[in-house]
Each structure stands twice: as C-alpha cells, then as structure tokens.
Ligand binder design. Structure first.
Ligand SMILES: Nc1ncnc2c1ncn2[C@@H]1O[C@H](COP(=O)(O)OP(=O)(O)OP(=O)(O)O)[C@@H](O)[C@H]1O
Length: 584
C-alpha cells in the first residue's frame, strides 16, 4: 500500500483533470439512473392513459437524457485517459532517469530483461489500472447506491426481492473477484517470464542460430508459454463460473419481482411500469457490482507492477556526485592505483587484488592477461562504473571519488569491449562522444579510426542509419565507429578495451599511431595480443586479479613468467640472451 501511495505523487500535477473524469461520470450515472424512471412514467401515465403526446414528450426527454449521459461518458473517458496517459509517461520518465543514473552494481542487481519489463509492461499495467479506476470506481458505487435508493423509495413494495438478490450478488461477485484477482496475479507473473524469455531470444537470435539451438529455445519458450496459458485459463474459468451464477440469481430476481409484483398490481399498491423500472434497476445494480469487481481484478494485477516500479525508484544509487565535487579546469591524466581490491558481489571472491601502479600523462599502458583475469574490471574502476572495495584510485593526485562524475567521465574516452552503437546515423553515433563536434572533427575521428574507408563506400555516407544493435554493420566496422566516437572526445585519458580484435593488422597499426595525436594523452590498451601492446611504455600483466608483472615488453619477457608464456604462445621470437644466460 505504501508503494501505491508513493506513486501518488505522479498524479499530483493532474489532480484537476483526474477529478474531471469521475465528475463527468457522475453526470453519466445520473442520466443512467433517470432512464428507468422515465420509462416507468411512459408506461404508467402515457401508455396506460393512451396519452400519445405525453409518450412523445417523455420519449424526447429520454433521448435528451441519453445524449447528456453520452456526453458525460465521453468526457469521463477523455479526462481519465488523459490523466492515465500523462501519469504513465511521467512514471516512465522517472524510471528511465533513475536507470540511467544506475551504477554498474545497481544495473547488475536488476538485469536488463527485468528493467525492460518494468519500463514497458509494468507501466502500461499501471496506466490501464488507473484509467479503469477513474472510470469505473466512481461509476460502480454510484450506480449501486443510486439504484438501491431509487427502488427503495419508489418501489418499496418489491424490496424483499432486493434484500434477497443483492446480498447473493454481492457475495458471488466479490468471492469470485477475490479468487480471480489472486489468479490474475499469477497470470502477471507468467507474463513476466514470457517477456524475459522473449527478450533473451530476440537479443540472442544470432547465437541461437549459430549454435543450432532453435528447437531447444522453442521448447524453453513453450514451457513458459504453457504456464501462461494454464494460469490464464484457470483465471478465466473462475470468471466464467461467475456469469451463469449471476444470471441465475438475476433471473430468479426477475421471476420473484414479477411474481410479487403481480400480487401488488392486483391490490393496486403498485403499477406495471414500476415493476419494469425495478427490473431495470436490478440490472443496473448487477452492472455496478460487475464493473467494481473487474476494476478490483485490474488493481490486483497492478500491485506487483507498482512494487517493481517502486523498486527501481527507491533503489539507492551507490555512485553519486560527491557533495563538494572537485572540478579541475584540466585533467592531465596521471592515474595512480593504490592497493586497489574489488569484487562484484561483496560475498564473492575478489576480482582485483591489491593492485598498485602509476600511469603518467602521455604514457601508453598495455594490459594483458588470461580471460577473466580482471582487465576490463580494472579500467571500469577508472571511470567509476563500479567503486573499489578497498584502496584508492587517484587522478592527478586527487581521489576519483572526489571528482565530479561529469568531469571525471568527460575526461575519459572509453571504447568498450562490445561495441555499443545506437539506432541513429553514423555521424550522430560518432558525435555521441562530443556533442559539439563539427563535421570536420567527425570526419577526422573517423579517418583516425580507419572508418572512412567503409563509410565512404556507403551511398548515404555519414547519414547512413544504423539498425538496432548496428546489425547492418560488420563487427570490425562497429569497432571502428566506437573508436572514432572515443577519438572525437579529445579526452586526456583514452581506454580501449580489446577494441581492435575485429580490425585487420594494417588498420590496427594506423589506429595505434593515431592514438597519440593528442599530446600527453594517457592511454590504456587492453588486448589479448602481445603485438598490440608490444610498444607500450608500461604493460600490466594480470592473472586471477593479481598484478603479476609490470614493465616494458623487454623487461617482462625477461622477468615475468606469465607474460613470457603468453608471448611465446603467440609465436613470439626469442632473439637475445639475458644476464641469466637464458634465451628470450
Ligand atoms: N558484472 C559482473 N558481475 C559479476 N561478475 C563479473 C561481472 N563482470 C565480470 N565479472 C567477473 O569478473 C571477473 C573478471 O572479469 P573481466 O571482464 O574484468 O575479465 P577480463 O580479464 O576483461 O576478461 P576477458 O579477457 O575475457 O574480457 C570474471 O571472473 C568475470 O566472470
């Protein structure tokens, strides 16, 4: 309940139109309640006395009342929908704004699939529930109370029928609504599983095909889909029991009304029109109960969604701007790791252990090590995508935790291991690195990243639109564009995380020589190939999260066993003799 109240703040700006919806509904309900009474007058006064003029007058009144009711209904739909749509748009915006501020740890906690379900499915569920609540929650009780009062005052003689039928209806509808509400909660959970499976399938379609896993994936999807079908069927079955029971009660009520009515007509205590009006009101009471039960089911369905949306909104972001942030005019790029240790999950084994090194401005630092040794993790810590568990990282002598996140991250050009591009033009994807870059700067960055050769072959050139996940580019082309995006940033720190793996040797050489275009830029180059980092000023060798070697290529070949093994395994030649007399 607390979560629902917390989301109430998103309704505040729309209080005015949110109230207008139910107000228009009051108008519609009033008109609906008038109809049976007008009909009663037509029958008892007009038809009984064969007064055609009266029948026509009341007939016109009926039409006018119906039209006003229609206007009320339309007004209610308009304002309720407007409120619900604006509400959900604001919630979506707030959720997305929160997600983009997430640290790596925050994002890992949720997982991408769950976040997508929250932003899409859950918020739509909230929108539907709010819309229905504004439209029906007022209509149901008003129609119920109005109909009850009218029949009690105008056809009190038939009230015994009411006292029998209404309690049975109330119990049936709310018992079944309660049960199906619980069932629909399960339906919602089953929908979530189907959505997650679907997202994973669509995102991983190429891998599924490459590993010929279609059958297995279809089978896995079938399992979650069958579960959804089963829970849906059970929920719908519960509702479908409701209809025959209700119809039985209503028809019994009609028979009872006609039976009791016939005695009352015979002793002149009631007229025929009043009996028909009573039956009409009975139907209105039924409709009121049904609509309230439906909206309560929808609200039950929305509860898990409210919980999940709130889970995002209440997530404590663990990497935030420091209170008094350090914003130097210029970041020179002297990076120092001091006894840095890190683990992704605080209970897990440490991924980096007691790392200490210095990178001077203008130095090129190569990072090498076996897969999973912690190379990517190390560079992610520089950009504060995650925070260290212990130890400190300094840039130009100041702990990175004191830097404004904006200053820190804008002084880093980061080319991630998996080239991430957006469904926009090539130019805009490069400009993402520096929003104020002009066309010439974009072209220079593309040229330095050896991307011009393929861009110029495209008919649309820089305006060529990338598809989602840039599936219309090759792996190497994607890497070149993400390198160009980092180049255009002209940042004092450049990090390339194994980002030339799909680039041919000649282009890689050209890209490497472009790295030093900006003087004194500190460069981190992660690579599994010794040839890519052989000329680095300093090479860090990682093994199981430990820094097992640090130095130039020559020093490491001499001193570091792990490095030497990597070098030799890649066909490295041993062509000089060390002091120890060994050939390396
Ligand atoms: N987000 C994460 N959550 C939990 N564990 C992670 C996460 N990212 C990486 N790891 C784990 O941390 C360890 C180091 O991963 P990292 O990506 O830094 O290795 P790497 O040396 O860059 O590997 P590769 O050469 O394969 O890219 C691995 O054991 C990996 O499973």
């Amino acid at each position: 309940m607390g979560s629902v109240r917390a989301l109430g703040k998103f309704l505040k700006p729309y209080k005015g139109i949110a109230i207008l919806g139910p107000l228009f509904m009051v108008l519609e309900v009033t008109m609906d309640l008038l109809q049976p009474t007008i009909m009663q007058h037509i029958i008892d006064k007009g038809i009984a006395n064969q007064d055609t003029a009266y029948v026509i007058r009341m007939g016109i009144l009926m039409i006018v009342v119906a039209l006003i009711g229609l206007a009320g209904g339309l007004g209610c739909i308009f304002f309720s929908t407007k409120t619900a749509v604006h509400f959900s748009a604001d919630v979506r915006k707030a959720v997305l704004s929160k997600i983009v501020m997430f640290s790596g740890e925050n994002r890992d906690t949720f997982g991408t699939g769950k976040l997508i379900t929250i932003v899409t499915n859950d918020i739509v569920t909230l929108q539907t529930a709010l819309n229905m609540t504004l439209r029906v929650l007022v209509r149901g009780p008003l129609l119920f109370i109005g109909s009850m009062l009218i029949v009690l005052f105008s056809a009190n003689e038939l009230s015994p029928v009411l006292f029998v039928v209404v309690p049975i209806l109330l119990i049936t509808v709310f018992f079944i609504a309660g049960r199906s509400g619980r069932m629909f909660k399960k339906v919602q959970e089953a929908i979530d599983k189907v959505n997650t499976r679907l997202q994973e399938n669509l995102a991983g379609m190429r891998v599924i095909k490459a590993y010929v896993q279609q059958r297995q994936e279809i089978e896995r999807f079938k399992q979650v889909n069958d579960e959804l079908t089963k829970t849906n069927r059970s929920a719908v079955q519960v509702i479908s029991i409701m209809m025959p029971v209700i119809m039985l009660v209503i028809n019994g009520g009609i028979v009872g009304t006609l039976w009791l009515g016939s005695y009352k007509v015979a002793d002149n205590s009631i007229e025929v029109g009043a009996i028909l009006a009573f039956i009409n009101y009975l139907m209105l009471i039924l409709m009121a109960l049904m609509s309230v039960s439906m909206v309560s089911i929808q609200i039950t369905r929305a509860f898990p969604s409210v919980g999940r949306v709130q889970e995002v909104l209440q997530t404590k972001i663990n990497i935030v701007e420091p209170k008094e942030s350090y914003q130097p005019k210029e970041v020179k790029g002297h990076i120092a790791f001091r006894d840095v240790s890190f683990s992704y999950s605080k209970n897990e084994e440490q991924v980096l252990k007691h790392i200490t090194f210095d990178a001077q401005p203008g130095e090129k630092i190569g990072i090498i090590g076996s897969t999973g040794s912690g190379k990517s993790t190390l560079v992610k810590l520089i950009a504060r995508l995650y925070d260290v568990d212990s130890g400190e990282i300094w840039i130009d002598g100041v702990n990175i935790k004191q830097y404004s996140l904006q200053t820190l991250r804008s002084s880093i050009g980061f080319v991630t291991q998996k080239a991430t591009l957006f469904s926009d033009s090539i130019a805009e994807n490069i400009r993402y690195g520096n929003v104020i870059a002009d066309d010439l700067e974009i072209q220079t960055a593309a040229s330095d990243a050896c991307a011009t050769e393929f861009i110029e072959r495209l008919e649309e050139g820089y305006t060529y639109k990338l598809t989602q996940d840039a599936t219309n580019l090759s792996g190497g082309q994607k890497q070149r564009l993400s390198i160009a995006r980092a180049f255009v940033r002209t940042a004092s720190i450049l990090i390339l995380d194994d980002s030339t793996s799909a680039v041919d040797a000649k282009s890689e050489e050209k890209i490497q020589s472009a790295l030093h275009k900006t003087a004194n830029r500190t460069i981190f180059l992660i690579s599994s190939k010794v040839s890519s980092i052989i000329d680095a000023d300093k090479i860090l060798v990682l093994e199981d999260g430990e820094l097992v070697g640090m130095g130039t290529h020559t020093q490491l070949v001499d001193e570091c066993e792990v490095y030497r093994e990597i070098y030799l395994s890649q066909g490295g030649r041993i062509d000089y003799v060390t002091e120890l007399g060994r050939e390396v």
